[in-house]
Every structure is written in C-alpha cells, then in structure tokens.
Design a protein around this ligand. Structure first.
Ligand SMILES: [Zn+2]
Length: 111
C-alpha cells in the first residue's frame, strides 16, 4: 500500500469531532474534500445503516450531493471518516469488507 499523507487543520478536525458527538450513540460518517491530500472541506453525511450503533452506510443522495459540491470547488474526495462511539479505533470486519473506494483514505476515531 502506498504511503499517503493527509493534512488537515484543527478547525476541520473539530468539525468532525462535533459531528461525531452530535450523532452519539450512533456512528457518524462523512467525506473530506480537498486536493493532494490537503483537506479543504468536511461534509457530514447521514448514516443510513440499519444498525447505526455499530456500523455506517453513507446515505446515497447526500453522499452524491457532497461529491458534486467538492467537484464544483475543484476538489475530490481525499478521505472518508466515521466514528466508533463504543468500540476501539480499529476497523471492524464490516469496515474492511466495505472499504472499496480506490484512492481514498479511511479514518476511524473513538470519542
Ligand atoms: Zn467502523
């Protein structure tokens, strides 16, 4: 696997943390848009999973809308984030099975 550097400002990190706190006890998920590994925007996406306490599935239309917004700003998806409100910050089996986006970084965090 290639080594990739992701740069994000604390303001973006705070947006993600706030989003994750709002969604508790459910997992929060979303996209990071930017260029060349530099995060320029955070797009929270609703979690459409039927078991949102332990998994996430990005709501399709909101996800597509976010990607279109990124593209209009000359950005692309540089990373996908989601929170683990109750588990460790390691990928679950479902996470690994579903991590199928090419060229995207998957980020997990525990609150
Ligand atoms: Zn997960």
């Amino acid at each position: 696997m290639a080594v990739v550097t992701l740069t994000l400002e604390s303001a973006h990190l705070n947006q993600i943390i706030e989003h994750a706190r709002r969604e508790q006890p459910y997992e929060a998920c979303g996209l990071m848009g930017g260029r060349n590994g530099q995060v320029e925007a955070i797009a929270p996406v609703p979690n459409a999973s039927r078991s949102p306490q332990t998994s996430f599935e990005m709501e399709r239309q909101a996800m597509v809308d976010s990607i279109i917004q990124f593209q209009r700003a000359g950005q692309e998806v540089v990373a996908i984030y989601h929170s683990h409100p109750q588990n460790a910050a390691v990928p679950s089996e479902t996470d690994i099975a579903q991590a199928t986006w090419p060229d995207a970084i998957y980020i997990e965090g525990v609150l």
